[in-house]
Design a protein around this ligand. Structure first.
Ligand code: PNS
Length: 156
């Protein structure tokens, strides 16, 4: 059984995240989405429980995907789920540098796990949770950035 974890802040989950989850779910037997409360990031818009609920709604049609809140180290989440891979999405060169450092750190902490990078397709590569939050803060609809069935207005 090949298990991958897909970690992130998901504040909120976007179409870009869902694209990565769908493709990871096609590559691995099981994908465990690790929702980080990321308490150190001061600009979080949604509570950890809301973020988890949004992720679970978005992946409801994917039988081999589950989601959990995890306030600890990613490497420990990977051990807990017997994962052999950490999946991350890369949109651009800015993401790449950050991901390279994170992958190296996780390799030091847990050498048995590999980090697998998936490139975000161009049609959703401009989407980020931070731009969704910004557009939302100005009262505009963000439906086109989000997985179907997610209505953030219900959470605000
Ligand atoms: O969606 P994000 O904000 O890019 O996700 C960042 C996240 C949650 C993956 C990262 O902050 C993280 O791994 N947090 C857990 C703490 C940890 O394991 N740190 C060591 C690896 S850098």
């Amino acid at each position: 059984m090949k298990i991958a974890i897909y970690p992130g802040s998901f504040d909120p989950i976007t179409l870009g995240h869902l694209d990565i989850i769908r493709r990871a779910a096609a590559c691995f037997d099981r994908v465990c989405v690790c929702v980080s409360p990321n308490a150190e990031k001061r600009n979080q818009m949604f509570t950890p429980e809301q973020k988890l609920q949004l992720v679970r709604t978005a992946v409801a049609d994917l039988p081999n995907v589950e989601a959990e809140l995890w306030p600890g180290l990613l490497a420990d989440f990977a051990v807990r789920h017997h994962a052999s891979a950490i999946v991350r999405g890369v949109r651009n060169t800015t993401d790449f540098e950050y991901e390279r450092t994170m992958a190296a750190t996780n390799r030091r902490l847990y050498p048995a796990v590999v980090t697998v990078m998936l490139f975000t397709p161009p049609d959703v590569a401009d989407i980020s949770s931070s731009t969704v939050r910004e557009v939302l803060a100005f009262g505009r609809s963000v439906a086109e950035f989000l997985p179907r069935g997610i209505e953030l207005e219900n959470y605000l």
